[in-house]
Design a protein around this ligand. Structure first.
Ligand SMILES: [Zn+2]
Length: 79
């Protein structure tokens, strides 16, 4: 595994993983590239939009936490 180079950067690399904003579980980062119409498809990672330090931000959330109703601070409903 190379220690430097664009292949290791998060941009455009969908194989990287992140952690759930609620429980810290390791989850895929692929949600960042999901199409809005894919919202209805069951998946492992949810990108919930909320606010962090008054800045709009996406909070990666695992399916378990999403299912139990966890939402980020200032959660913005897409409906
Ligand atoms: Zn979680």
């Amino acid at each position: 595994m190379p220690t430097k180079g664009s292949a290791c950067r998060a941009e455009g690399n969908q194989t990287l993983r992140t952690v759930c904003a609620s429980c810290g579980r390791s989850i895929p980062t692929e949600v960042g590239h999901a199409h809005p119409l894919d919202e209805v498809i069951r998946r492992e990672t949810w990108g919930l939009v909320g606010y962090h330090a008054k800045q709009k931000a996406v909070f990666p959330t695992c399916a378990a936490c999403y299912g139990t109703g966890w939402r980020p601070p200032g959660f913005v409903s897409m409906n």
